[in-house]
Design a protein around this ligand. Structure first.
Ligand SMILES: [Zn+2]
Length: 286
């Protein structure tokens, strides 16, 4: 069981010095987990990645007990229609499959992908598109790395703002065991599904739906804007509207024991994440 383990605090690291370089930087700054872009975050191009570096990263992480997740490029949109957006759909599937293979080689838990953007009038079609795309990415996938759906802030339309949608998509996929979640605290707060410290309704609902069991990664971000703003602007932990008390509650969720809490914010004054990692580690009494 993972539940007796402490959460793993970490941040997003550059692969400027390779996947192994990201892992080493994370460890040097006191992180127990890290996130990285497996390739250029602005492009869906398939990367001919460095197998040796990825293998070294996997070994290094195993030796030092580091957990990692990969974040897919920003243009990745699961809600595209194969029929209407054919070539972009296929490009997206190939890109995400490439991300999964890199994540697997690096020994990562999975690839984080935003829920999807669908702006046409029939939302049901958007959900069907997401399921179709997820099924295609995971067809014949034999690895351990999972596809991790991330909740959205509501800045790109209405879809993917609730935990019910994430659970429903997972349930309807052909391989739900290969689908997990990445829960972003800033997005949840901005979407208005969670109003911060003391929001017991949200805790109870998430618990009773079994949501945390499928969360493989938390993005522990504070928010520059108030609850319900639908603006996706991350603030350093404890420096935004969500605040320390509410974020501390995330470090105490039993089901998240052993899982990564990743900060996606700017580095501290020393250009590392050490300050924020130490801060959250203190909240989590690690
Ligand atoms: Zn995020």
């Amino acid at each position: 069981m993972e539940n007796n383990q402490p959460v793993r605090i970490g941040a997003h690291y550059s692969i400027r010095n390779g996947y192994t370089g990201a892992a080493k930087a994370a460890l040097a700054q006191g992180a127990g987990a890290f996130q990285y872009f497996p390739k250029n975050p602005r492009s869906l191009g398939v990367k001919d990645w460095n197998r040796k570096d990825a293998g070294l990263c996997k070994t290094f992480c195993a030796e030092h007990g580091l957990i990692s997740v990969a974040h897919t490029p920003y243009p990745s949109n699961l809600a595209l229609s194969e029929e209407e957006d054919g070539s972009l759909f296929h490009k997206t599937v190939a890109s995400l499959r490439n991300d999964l293979e890199i994540a697997e080689a690096c020994g990562s838990k999975g690839i984080v992908v935003h829920f999807g953007i669908y702006k046409k009038s029939n939302p049901l079609q958007g959900y069907k598109n997401i399921i179709q795309c997820v099924n295609r990415i995971l067809s014949d996938w034999k690895g351990q790395a999972k596809l991790l759906l991330e909740n959205q802030a509501g800045n790109h339309g209405d879809m993917g703002m609730t935990i019910e949608e994430l659970l429903q998509i997972r349930k309807l996929c052909l391989n739900p065991e290969l689908v997990g979640f990445c829960f972003d605290t800033c997005h949840a707060y901005a979407a208005g599904i969670w109003s911060g410290a003391g929001d017991h309704d949200f805790w109870e609902k998430a618990g009773s739906l079994g949501f945390w069991d499928f969360v493989e990664c938390v993005h522990l971000n504070d928010s520059v804007y108030p609850a319900g703003s639908r603006k996706d602007r991350h603030a350093r932990v404890g420096q935004g509207y969500i605040g320390e008390e509410a974020l501390t509650q995330f470090t105490e969720i039993a089901e998240l024991g052993g899982k990564p809490l990743i900060m996606e914010t700017e580095a501290g004054p020393d250009l590392t994440y050490r300050e924020d990692i130490d801060l959250v580690s203190g909240w989590a009494s690690i």
